[in-house]
Ligand binder design. Structure first.
Ligand SMILES: Cc1cc2nc3c(=O)[nH]c(=O)nc-3n(C[C@H](O)[C@H](O)[C@H](O)COP(=O)(O)OP(=O)(O)OC[C@H]3O[C@@H](n4cnc5c(N)ncnc54)[C@H](O)[C@@H]3O)c2cc1C
Length: 422
């Protein structure tokens, strides 16, 4: 049986983890495994074991053993012992968040680090090559066609177009492969389940010492809050002693954060995201998110993001100077500005209310010198229907069912086992 995997990221790696005796070719758009554009697993590498987050597939959410196995797998191939919180969530902490209207998500975090993820990718790639798996790098798949007994794939490499046929194709293109997903779902509309959500917000940065206790206890605190205007607000991707970075897409630039295993800053950053859900007739949440992000870039004078202090954000006034807290993002990647010119009023209200409530649990969090970078956005992939075709399957984030390294890897593992069972 001839099998193709499109994309060498977490899901593709999960599929290959236990693969043997199969004729498998991996097509990857990046030029090689050392490329900085390869996979969402090139930055940070925070792994978590939880039955409450990371994706929507119950067979993964409730399979804690599988999640732990994946953490061990990443630790082993990155030659590292991950950083982790010192204790399980304690009841006092849970109570304190609960009293102020927050829900503390229970999860155990393991941090691999951007530097060690590179080691992981290189080691695992060498292992797969040894097992006889074929790789075609610099190959961007641009079209897929479902035939009677096979799948036709078309890809571009070195400006040439190639066509190949496979018995089964596993699409594992992550969030960066949305173009291929769009194309397939236009061609086969019934392959698509509905999505009407996008998460928009900011990255918050403050000195480590304000959140030191939480960082030590949990490594990452994940909380959810329902604002009085009905919007759901949550924290995402907490980086103790980390760095704020920009994420560059072809048409826009957003913010993100990460941290290293070795190199440390003295600031913590995390995202505050607000879920925006739309109803008919509007059905383009990703377009809405992109529009807001591009507006921020336009106001920042090009491929830059906006930086504002929390004090000025509350006053609705442009930030002209910083004090007390200094950005970890390179100064040529942001402009001091006013996020109120970009975010919808109800989003601003929800973020402000969230922070003011959080002051009850984390005293000092609303200090006016703390930093806010915008825009951070989380696009949800459309959900793909894996029952549509026997031979074409979508795994990992591009399937719309996973949102994390552990879940994407697990999805790959599970689909491989299904194939083996027949
Ligand atoms: C900056 C950043 C930091 C993150 N940090 C964390 C974290 O700390 N913890 C966590 O759990 N999650 C994190 N995530 C999310 C996580 O990386 C993803 O959930 C996970 O990698 C999804 O795995 P995947 O295999 O579906 O996609 P990916 O790992 O993104 O892999 C997709 C691969 O497909 C390739 N590709 C795309 N289109 C094509 C095409 N048309 N043809 C051929 N190849 C193609 C891409 O080059 C890529 O290598 C982060 C994401 C980003 C962007």
């Amino acid at each position: 049986m001839k099998i193709a995997i499109i994309g060498f990221g977490a899901a593709g790696i999960g599929f290959l983890k236990n693969a043997s005796d199969l004729d498998i070719t991996v097509f990857e758009a990046s030029k090689d495994v050392y490329s900085s554009s390869i996979s969402g697993i090139r930055a940070d590498g925070k792994l978590f074991v939880s039955s409450e987050m990371g994706g929507d597939l119950e067979e993964i959410l409730y399979n804690i053993e599988l999640q732990k196995e994946i953490v061990d797998f990443y630790s082993e191939y990155s030659n590292t012992v991950p950083e982790t919180g010192k204790e399980e969530i304690n009841i006092e902490l849970k109570r304190a968040f609960h009293r102020s209207g927050f829900r503390l998500i229970e999860a155990k975090f393991y941090h691999i680090g951007t530097d060690k993820l590179k080691v992981f990718l290189e080691n695992i790639y060498e292992e797969f090559v040894k097992r006889g798996i074929k790789f075609v790098f610099g190959a961007r798949v641009v079209d897929l066609e479902i035939l009677d007994k096979s799948i036709k794939i078309k890809y571009l490499k070195d400006n040439n177009e190639y066509v190949e046929f496979f018995d089964k194709v596993y699409v594992a293109v992550g969030r960066s492969g949305l173009k291929l997903i769009d194309l397939v779902s236009k061609k086969y509309p019934e392959i698509l389940l509905q999505n009407n959500t996008v998460d928009l917000g900011i990255r918050f940065e403050l000195p480590d010492f304000v959140v030191q206790e939480l960082n030590e206890k949990l490594y990452e605190f994940k909380i959810k809050y329902q604002a009085s205007n009905g919007l759901l607000v949550r924290t995402f991707c907490n980086n103790p002693s980390g760095f704020v970075v920009t994420e560059k897409y072809p048409n826009f630039v957003t913010v993100n954060g990460h941290s290293f295993h070795t190199k440390k800053s003295s600031n913590t950053n995390f995202a505050i995201l607000v879920t925006h859900t739309f109803t008919e007739p509007f059905n383009d949440p990703n377009g809405y998110g992109e529009y807001i992000v591009r507006l921020a870039n336009i106001l920042a004078g090009g491929r830059k993001v906006i930086l504002q202090t929390y004090g000025d954000f509350k006053k609705g006034k442009r930030t002209k100077k910083l004090w007390n807290v200094f950005p970890t993002l390179n100064s040529n990647e942001y402009i001091l500005g006013d996020l109120n010119l970009v975010l919808p009023h109800k989003t601003v209200k929800a973020i402000t209310e969230f922070l003011e409530q959080l002051e009850n649990v984390i005293p000092g969090i609303t200090n006016s010198s703390h930093l806010m970078y915008g825009i951070e956005v989380k696009f949800y992939s459309k959900k793909m229907n894996n029952n549509f075709s026997e031979n074409l399957k979508f795994i990992g984030d591009c399937s719309g069912f996973t949102r994390s390294i552990v879940h994407a890897t697990a999805h790959g593992i599970i689909e491989y086992l299904k194939l083996k069972k027949g």
